[in-house]
Design a protein around this ligand. Structure first.
Ligand code: NAD
Length: 359
């Protein structure tokens, strides 16, 4: 079986689906990897590193399996043929047309977003691996834009108090944001609508902000709030946010617009020089004044909404993603043959379209 690794073409993307380090595991299972020339360039991996690890340089779209980071463009889908397997972030919930087109082309697609969040599949959980990168980077962006120190400083010129940082939405990205802000010396607080994360927040040395709303939904995700709950939450947050130098927001509900947590009034209530990093920009943003992809200053508060944060750390983001893809491939690859067992929950749930279904 051959596995193709294309060069990613989405604007600003610097990640690559497989890195040389994982190729040994794939060749041990009888797979040959075909890398497009320059596929690793964004992550600073030259073609020679791939060939030294046993890969060929060639047309990745002709391979039996194509591994990508981002869903393919229309033109790229046009290069796929019936019976091929495509693995990557295929956005089945946010852009269902892509899956439709893959189905039309007779391609079997596995969406990394749809890997079940169960213990056995943790090694394949690309949402988590990339959220970790994003949570870390978001805090660095906050520090970059802050007019104040994160750590407490005791200097000959006097003492500086530590910054206070609030993380709204404490899933994987939020936990990493709390840990990173703590490492930089901030006093940290976490908030979520899933009360079960309170202990995880405290274990990172952060305080837990309790606003009395329980919106734990299915599968460990949050559900959408009712209108009443949303109003109550915005009001309570408006008061709570005032005291923080830094707010990092990560709140998401799968397949929905990001919940609005931070109102314009809440921003106005913050101290001048404070920073909000809104990690939910791709889903519309958690803050009313967010402009996705932009950095704006409103009421003397800097609101940063970076898109595709994992691409800003392409080396480690690619390495972690490549391990996720490899773990998934190992589940269906033996003796050079690809034999997915669709009675396996992980494959059944991540498979978003299958060749036999036809168009
Ligand atoms: P996510 O990116 O979907 O959402 C981020 C956070 O936003 C979540 O914690 C969510 O509860 C929160 N949120 C949503 N609406 C909110 C609101 N109105 N106000 C405040 N917060 C709100 O989440 P994620 O990081 O993908 O994690 C989702 C779940 O998956 C978690 O339970 C996590 O522990 C679990 N998980 C399990 C595994 C595993 O067992 N293999 C791996 C990773 C994650």
């Amino acid at each position: 079986v051959t596995i193709g690794v294309p060069r990613e073409t989405r604007a600003g993307e610097r990640r690559v689906a497989l890195v040389p380090k994982v190729l040994g595991k794939l060749s041990a299972r009888g797979a040959t990897v075909v890398v497009e020339a320059g596929a690793g360039a964004g992550a600073l991996i030259p073609d020679e590193e791939y060939t030294a690890a046993g890969a060929e340089i060639g047309d990745p779209w002709a391979a039996d399996v194509v591994a990508v980071v981002n869903a393919p463009s229309e033109e790229q889908i046009g290069r796929l043929r019936s019976g091929q397997v495509l693995i990557g972030f295929l956005s089945p919930l946010t852009d269902p047309q892509i899956v439709q087109k893959l189905r039309g082309a007779g391609v079997t697609g596995f969406a990394m977003e749809s890997i079940p969040r169960i213990s056995r599949a943790q090694g394949m959980d690309a949402l988590s691996s990339q959220a970790n990168v994003a949570g870390y980077k978001a805090v660095l962006a906050a520090a970059e834009h802050s007019t104040r120190f994160f750590p407490m400083l005791t200097t000959a010129a006097g003492t500086v108090k530590p910054a206070t940082a609030l993380v709204l939405g404490v899933g994987v990205a939020g936990l990493q944001a709390l840990a990173t802000a703590k490492r930089l010396g901030a006093r940290t607080t976490g908030y979520d609508v899933r009360p079960e994360v309170a202990d995880q927040v405290r274990s990172l040395g952060a305080q837990w902000l309790d606003l009395g709303i329980d919106a734990a939904g299915e599968g460990g995700y949050a559900r959408e709030l009712t209108d009443d709950e949303r109003a109550q939450q915005q009001q309570a947050l408006e008061e709570a946010i005032t005291g923080f130098d830094v707010v990092v927001t990560t709140a998401l509900v799968p397949g929905r617009q990001a919940p609005r947590l931070v109102s314009a009034a809440a921003v106005e209530g913050m101290r001048p020089g404070s920073v909000i990093v809104d990690m939910a920009g791709e889903a519309g943003g958690n803050c009313e004044l967010t402009e996705p992809g932009e950095t704006v200053v409103r009421h003397d508060v800097t609101i940063v909404s970076p898109l595709n944060l994992p691409a800003a750390m392409p080396e480690h983001a690619s390495e972690l993603y490549a391990r996720n893809i490899t773990s998934l491939l190992e589940l269906m690859l033996a003796d050079g043959e690809l034999t997915p067992d669709f009675s396996d929950e992980v494959l059944a749930r991540s498979c978003v379209t299958r060749e036999e279904e036809g168009s």
